[in-house]
Design a protein around this ligand. Sequence first.
Ligand code: 13P
Length: 290
Amino acid sequence: MLITMKSILKLAEARKIAAGAFNITSLEGIQAVLGAAEEAGQPVILQFAPVHETIIPLSVIGPIMVMMAENAAVPVAVHLDHGDDFKVLKQALDMGFTSVMYDGSALPFEENTAGTKIAVELAGAYGASVEGEIGAMGREEFLSVGEGEGNEASESCYTDPDQAETFVAATGIDALACSFGTVHGLYLKKPNLDLERISRIRKKVDLPIVMHGGSGISDEDFRQCINRGVRKINYYTYLAKAGGMFVKEKSAKADDIIFYHDVTMWGVEAMKKDVLHTIRVFSGIEQKEG
Ligand code: 13P
């Protein structure tokens, strides 16, 4: 069932859990995420980031995400992640996305606020939700896996609670992405989360907080963040890694021909397992996994 992100986050708030928001770069990714959400019986968010346009274009995968969300047995929101171009926001909304993120975090505060207000107006015409961002989680996003100097969040980019309050009041967004120590991609050092900052932001802002850069965060840190008000967690790098590493392992063991459909099936199996564990942690329904 396709619903808005606002409705999913309302469900999450009522249950004091976080909804998993998984980036999609293939049909197998959609199958894995929806398969896991249905098995766990939990709502989920499928999202597409324009930085992945070179892997698969939004015009190809977007309508498939919407169609599969409509047919899913659990509530699903379809969201545009890190949109910074109004043409792309409109493209996603026109194909039935129920939520968009306007990411003006690289802009001066006033420009970010003005752009986010336009996004809220635009999405409102479609009955869709909007996520805004104050602070930064690394501009290069998750294409830059393993590259760079040392993937660490800089405290100067952390979200300022007072600025967040002004931003939310001025824009009318439905969810706020905040920076408190997570970054996109692989961590080269253990992330040092400023958990207290989440509580300080929540005191000022009565909105669901969004965590970006969910890969590489421990289950215990996820629980702490959720206890303090994180209601949406973005996650991609580790599910892509799980799929890729399983294909590598299976390929190394195969002593004969590998068919391409074997590769896609291994990918779905491994990504689904990773996403299922993640959804269980986010929704507090952990089980012993064999
Ligand atoms: P990871 O790269 O840590 O999985 O984060 C994905 C993300 O935050 C997408 O916005």
